[in-house]
Design a protein around this ligand. Structure first.
Ligand SMILES: [Fe+2]
Ligand SMILES: [Fe+2]
Length: 275
């Protein structure tokens, strides 16, 4: 016999009690049933037919008659939302200057993220100084100027993504001071192009170390979410950037300071991707 396909909750005990073959299910389920069984019985019923459906319906119908005090004996774990939420309600800050969203976010992680925001800004600042240098009329390497301008913007964007995350976790963004970067990037042996690109490589490698250190602090503080944020948003791209700039440095070392630099500059102008 297959019962109708109406909703589980609409199954009345009266309609079921007219079916004597189900009585042993009632007896059994009156001891066992609880709200969890009720919901899972609906799932069983959706998937199966015949006897299984009848059993599922019996559990469902009897759950309304069940003694809720027996819940624990059935499944071992019973989520009691209105009981368990009490401690969360007590832990919600009352003062208006306190973050409501902050949860498991240590002051160490907050400070470390602020430090990294400062690193990103500093790297952005140096790249911006490089842009200004290569954009000069007597230097005129427009590809390098474009590349470093985009790199500067990207690092600033990294800082902003971190600021957004800081607020998301209920931390406070604290911007720190920055040192004045170099204004000259020429080098007697290397020339300006190679010298600047080697500096860019050093900055990205340093930034990678700082990011790994931030990830370590997140791990030490058991902050899985911060660790995941650093991994997914920054660490993958950082490795790719370091590879790309390493290739640029290798190519520029082959070119020397002469005519080849102009071709390299054209390459950057027409499609080089910022790190
Ligand atoms: Fe960055
Ligand atoms: Fe970068």
């Amino acid at each position: 016999m297959v019962l109708g396909l109406g909703s589980c909750s609409s199954m009345s005990s009266a309609s079921l009690s007219s079916r004597p073959q189900l009585h042993h299910h009632y007896n059994l389920s009156s001891k066992l049933a609880n709200n969890n069984v009720k919901s899972s019985s609906c799932a069983v019923r959706r998937k199966t037919g015949g006897v299984a459906v009848v059993k599922a319906a019996a559990y469902s119908a009897s759950s309304s008659m069940a003694d809720h005090g027996n819940n624990k004996a059935v499944l071992g774990i019973v989520f009691k939302p209105f009981e368990e939420v009490k401690k969360e309600l007590l832990s919600i800050p009352k003062m208006p200057h306190q973050s409501l969203a902050r949860q498991g976010y240590s002051s160490h992680c907050e400070a470390a993220l602020n430090a990294q925001i400062n690193v990103e800004y500093n790297v952005s600042y140096v790249y911006h100084a490089m842009y200004a240098y290569f954009d000069r009329d007597n230097v005129a390497l427009k590809g390098f100027a474009k590349y470093f301008k985009e790199s500067s913007m990207e690092e600033r964007q990294h800082a902003e993504i971190m600021m957004e995350y800081q607020n998301k976790r209920g931390g406070r963004v604290k911007l720190e001071s920055m040192l004045m970067p170099f204004t000259e990037f020429d080098h007697a042996e290397k020339g300006d192009a190679l010298n600047a690109m080697e500096l860019a490589l050093s900055l990205e490698r340093l930034n990678n170390e700082k990011l790994l250190n931030l990830h370590k602090i997140a791990t030490q503080n058991k902050d899985v979410q911060l660790a995941d944020f650093i991994e997914s948003e920054f660490l993958v791209g950082q490795v790719e950037d370091i590879k790309k700039i390493s290739e640029y440095v290798a190519e520029l070392r082959r070119l020397g300071k002469g005519h080849g630099v102009w071709h390299f500059d054209q390459m950057l102008l027409n499609g080089g991707v910022a790190a």
